[in-house]
Ligand binder design. Structure first.
Ligand SMILES: [Zn+2]
Length: 148
């Protein structure tokens, strides 16, 4: 079986990251949450970087987040993105409390603290998490999960 190219979690073992990729493939973002201290983490890893516990569960991230930092990429190391340079990479503070890196859609310069929403781009062998400027248009920023 051909190995799928991965974007965004270099250096993470396939076993640790498998749930992340499975959910990303159906356009859902899940991160790990420690079963001991309840802090969230990304990228996927077997132990909690805060308390060392091996007890963890995967939680769904429904909302986007806010931009913590950003950089405009003019030269990429990923050959599949060469034709799309320049583009903006953002580090996003997610609602559960951890950070994640992804590409920001659009060409305008982002600003720190700017709200972003999740968007998912399907490639031939993988799904890429990206962000889109703006926030969900709801009255409540913390809606409960509606998993049936
Ligand atoms: Zn912990």
């Amino acid at each position: 079986m051909e190995s799928a190219p991965r974007v965004g979690v270099e250096g993470v073992s396939a076993d640790d990251a498998a749930p992340y990729w499975k959910h990303l493939g159906v356009h859902e973002l899940f991160v790990q949450q420690c079963g001991n201290c309840a802090k969230s983490r990304f990228p996927p890893m077997p132990g909690c970087p805060h308390c060392g516990s091996l007890d963890a569960e995967w939680i769904k991230v429904d909302d986007g987040g806010t931009i913590y930092s950003w950089v405009r990429v003019h030269r990429t190391t990923n050959p599949s993105f060469v034709a799309e340079t320049p583009y903006v990479l953002v580090t996003v503070d997610l609602a559960p409390g951890c950070r994640i890196v992804g590409r920001l859609e659009g060409s305008e310069a982002p600003r720190m603290g700017q709200p972003v929403t999740l968007t998912f781009i399907d490639h031939a062998h993988t799904t890429e998490l990206r962000f889109r400027p703006g926030s969900r248009t709801t009255n409540s920023p913390q809606e409960p999960d509606h998993n049936d």
